[in-house]
Design a protein around this ligand. Structure first.
Ligand code: ADP
Ligand code: MG
Length: 241
């Protein structure tokens, strides 16, 4: 992957009688292989920015430079297709891209294995727990072998223990595949646990308030004094807005 950059991104939502400025001159550069977290208060435009990064939405002005071809996207509410089985959901993107059947089967099997979904291949989403659904969401995103994996508050709809399990699995996948990750979160703890770099947004209209390099050694100890110090610092940035 080349360097992937957002340059002077502005987004306004135009309603019938008013125009609302959501993002104000956002500049971010994503380094290949890094785990980048975009963190900020609710409503500051994180989801909007991630959609612009992914090309799912156009900015009002500004440019996205060097967007890779292959992107994986993981949604907060899973975004699975209820009429498809686990295997079919994971296969969906690859099939749409016209991959040969053999390759689809091989990739689906590998993702089923990697995300701990064995035995659930023929289940439908309604037969899965929240954690299992999001495992399918992640497997589907990874199936296209993405240059960048994007996650929008992917663990917020899960209970604490399940969310923690999935975070650790995601870190494992990131370390094994070397893919670049851009993860949106509102949680200082999650950013401190996961990220190499943390972009802190100001409240709406969102702009980059701070960019922090997270130097805590991996694997990270979530009860260490250094960890709490970083969480405090991140909370401080959000509180001061
Ligand atoms: P975040 O993900 O940081 O919580 P969002 O990007 O979802 O923020 O939303 C930022 C702001 O833009 C919110 O005030 C939201 O109500 C508004 N917004 C989001 N999507 C739309 C839309 N399609 N049309 C109009 N306003 C929107
Ligand atoms: Mg959001």
């Amino acid at each position: 992957m080349r360097t992937f950059e957002l340059q002077h991104i502005v987004k306004q939502y135009v309603e019938e009688s008013s125009t609302e400025l959501i993002l104000q001159d956002v500049n971010i550069s994503v380094t290949p292989g890094e785990f980048l977290c975009l963190m900020g208060p609710s409503g500051c435009g994180k989801s909007t920015l991630l959609r612009i990064m992914a090309g799912l939405m156009e900015p009002t002005s500004g440019h996205v430079v060097g967007r890779p071809d292959r992107l994986g996207f993981v949604f907060q509410n899973f975004g699975l297709m209820p009429w498809l089985t686990v295997s079919q959901n994971i296969a969906f993107g690859l099939k749409m891209a016209g991959a040969p059947a053999k390759q689809v089967t091989r990739t689906v099997n590998r993702q089923i294995e990697a995300l701990g979904l064995k035995g659930l291949e023929n289940n439908h989403p309604k037969e899965l727990s929240g954690g299992q659904k999001q495992r399918v969401g992640i497997a589907r995103a990874l199936a296209v072998d993405p240059d960048v994996l994007m996650l929008d508050e992917a663990f917020s709809a899960l209970d604490t223990a399940t969310a923690e399990e999935l975070r650790l699995d995601l870190l494992k996948v990131w370390q094994e595949t070397g893919t670049t990750v851009v993860m949106v979160t509102h949680s200082p703890e999650e950013a401190a646990q996961m990220a190499d770099r943390i972009v802190v947004f100001s409240a709406r209209p969102g702009s980059v308030d701070q960019v922090i390099t997270n130097k805590l050694p991996r694997p990270r100890h979530l009860r260490s004094a250094e960890f709490f110090k970083l969480v405090d610092r991140l909370e401080g940035y959000i509180r001061s807005q």
